[in-house]
Each structure stands twice: as structure tokens, then as C-alpha cells.
Design a protein around this ligand. Structure first.
Ligand code: NAP
Length: 291
């Protein structure tokens, strides 16, 4: 039975917070939703689209008497926002987040929570390169995976409630440690963003006039370079050691390919590429399989 939260504060009504509010309202899981942000324009748009019922710029006013707080701001803004509103959080309230890095969020948010307030971290692995509530949709999460990373400030009921919430908006939920999440996401999400930001920059530096000849392959390699710099600064900083290791491992493989292109026979190069094609097929199957 999915939970119902009568009063919810969504702090950061952007792509992810807005999509969760829309999906949960559509499924009847949220009663009154109060949105919190920094700019009136985005919050007014959220109200107009019926993503939220009311809004405030003051996190402390928003969380009084709520059952659930969803932190959907950039990951380094989460603990400061909780510190701003901690005195108004009622004992028994449940706080969750949607951040793309889990160890940093757990280590910074848990210490600022008041006694009796429970926290369960989550990361819905869904999204696009757009930001703000304008891109929010009720079906963003359908058919995708969500990782939850329970820490030390939760009980079984809180974990079950957060799991049931994400399942009710169409996600398959997996539980893992924050460190395991961060190492895996460094490969399958953070590295692709590093490559997209670097590839656009490198083309601009070395042969900007080639942009006019770019086709779908360059467009798909660099699509996520349109993502919010504010969001991605926080992800890169908060997961910098796992990202640094991943980039090093990636560079070693890139160098091996460069060497193979330059020095190997066409047959050896072909074998290298066939192996990559096989890995691609296995990775596609793994991303579709139920865990
Ligand atoms: P977004 O569309 O830019 O939304 C973030 C919202 O947070 C903005 O509307 C902004 O409000 C608000 N905000 C930022 N700092 C704030 C602060 N200090 N106080 C109050 N409000 C603040 O970003 P998003 O893509 O939804 O990302 C939000 C979270 O989801 C991040 O932690 C990210 O790691 C995670 N995530 C993102 C994706 C993705 O693909 N984008 C996927 C999964 C998880 P204003 O508009 O008023 O400035």
C-alpha cells in the first residue's frame, strides 16, 4: 500500500523536485504541497502548472507541520537548507533527498537534523539536460531505477515509506551503501557528463568551425553538456575522489585505443572494436534487466 503524505515541502521545485511532486500528486500520494525556491518566477510557474499548492522563499515557514520534506536542490545546498529550517521540523517528520551523490549528502545532512527527525537518502536515476520546473513531467521516473541509501537516522518504517513512494511513481527501487552508489554513478552518470563538457570545450578550442558539420554522433556525445552548471559543480565537487579515479581509468583505456589506432594492424583494431561492441550489448541488457 503506497504511503500518503498529507503535507509535503518540496525544497527546490526544479526538474526532479517538480516531477516528483507532479507524479505523486497524480498518484494521490501527496496532499498539500508547499514549494520552496529562490526565485518567484520558477515557483509561480510551478503553481500555475499545479505542481505545488503554495510556495514560500523561507524553508523554515515551509516545513512547519509537514510529514515529508523532499530536498531537491543541488547537493551542496542540502545541509545549509536543512540548517535553516531545522528548528521548525516536527519530531517524527521524514526527510528525504534526490541528490546524485549519496555519501556527501548523508555525511552533511544527518548531523544537522534535529532529534526525532528521520532521514532516508534516495537518488532517482532519471532526468534530462533541462532544469527548472518547466521541464518537469509526471512520467519522468516511470520504468527507471531509484537507489535508496539508508543511513543512521532512519527506522524500517521510514525506509519502507521512501521505497513505496518511488515504487508508486513507477520506479524499481534498489538499496545500497552510499559509497557503492557513488563509485557506480561516477562511471555511468558522472563520467558521461565529464566527457560531454570536455568534448564541447575541446572542439571549441581546436576546430570551432567543424561545429557546422556535426551530426547525430557528436550531438549524442555532448547532449548533457547543456545541463545546469550549478547542479554539476556540486556533483563533481561532492564526488570528486570517485570521479578522479574513474577519469584516470577511462584515460588509460582511451590511450590504449589511441595506441591501437596508430600502431596496431587493421585486424587488431577490428578485434578491439568488436570487443567494445560486445560490451555495449551486455551493458544495454544489464540496464534493462530487473535487478
Ligand atoms: P534544477 O532543475 O535546477 O532544480 C533545482 C531547484 O532548486 C531550482 O528550481 C532552484 O530554485 C532550487 N534551489 C537551488 N538552490 C536553492 C537553495 N539554496 N534554496 C532553495 N532553492 C534552491 O535541478 P534538478 O536537475 O532538479 O536537480 C535537483 C537535484 O536532483 C540535485 O541534487 C541533483 O543532483 C538531483 N538529480 C538531478 C538529476 C538530473 O538529471 N537533472 C537526476 C537525478 C537527481 P530557483 O529556480 O528558485 O533558483
Amino acid at each position: 500500500m503506497p504511503p500518503r503524505f498529507e503535507r509535503v515541502a518540496v525544497i527546490g521545485v526544479g526538474l526532479i523536485g517538480g516531477s516528483l511532486a507532479l507524479a505523486a500528486r497524480t498518484a494521490g500520494l501527496f496532499g498539500h504541497v508547499v514549494g520552496v525556491g529562490r526565485s518567484l518566477t520558477n515557483l509561480e510557474e510551478a503553481l500555475r502548472r499545479q505542481v505545488i499548492d503554495s510556495y514560500t522563499l523561507d524553508p523554515q515557514a515551509a516545513v512547519a507541520n509537514v510529514d515529508l520534506v523532499v530536498l531537491s536542490v543541488p547537493v551542496r545546498a542540502m545541509a545549509p537548507v536543512v540548517a535553516q529550517c531545522r528548528n521548525a521540523l516536527a519530531p517524527g517528520a521524514l526527510v528525504t533527498d534526490v541528490g546524485s551523490v549519496k555519501r556527501y549528502v548523508l555525511d552533511t545532512v544527518e548531523p544537522v537534523l534535529p532529534a526525532g527527525v528521520r532521514f532516508v537518502g534516495a537518488h532517482p536515476i532519471a532526468g534530462t539536460e533541462t532544469s527548472g520546473v518547466a521541464g518537469a513531467t509526471a512520467d519522468l521516473f516511470r520504468g527507471r531505477r531509484c537507489v535508496i541509501t539508508p543511513g543512521t537516522r532512519c527506522d524500517t518504517e521510514a525506509v519502507l515509506q521512501v521505497r513505496a513512494l518511488w515504487e508508486a511513481v513507477g520506479m524499481e527501487v534498489v538499496e545500497m551503501s552510499p559509497d557503492r552508489h557513488d563509485s557506480a554513478l561516477a562511471w555511468v552518470s558522472h563520467l558521461p557528463h565529464v566527457l560531454a563538457f570536455a568534448a564541447t570545450r575541446a572542439l571549441e578550442r581546436h576546430l570551432p568551425e567543424a561545429a557546422g558539420l556535426a551530426g547525430p554522433s557528436f550531438a549524442s556525445l555532448t547532449r548533457v553538456a547543456a545541463s545546469s552548471a550549478e547542479t554539476w559543480v556540486d556533483i563533481f565537487v561532492a564526488n570528486r575522489s570517485a570521479i578522479a579515479r574513474t577519469v584516470e581509468d577511462f584515460l588509460a583505456t582511451l590511450e590504449e585505443l589511441r595506441h591501437t589506432i596508430c600502431q596496431a594492424t587493421p585486424e587488431e583494431l577490428r578485434a578491439w572494436l568488436e570487443e567494445s561492441r560486445g560490451a555495449h550489448q551486455r551493458q544495454l541488457r544489464a540496464s534493462k534487466e530487473k535487478s
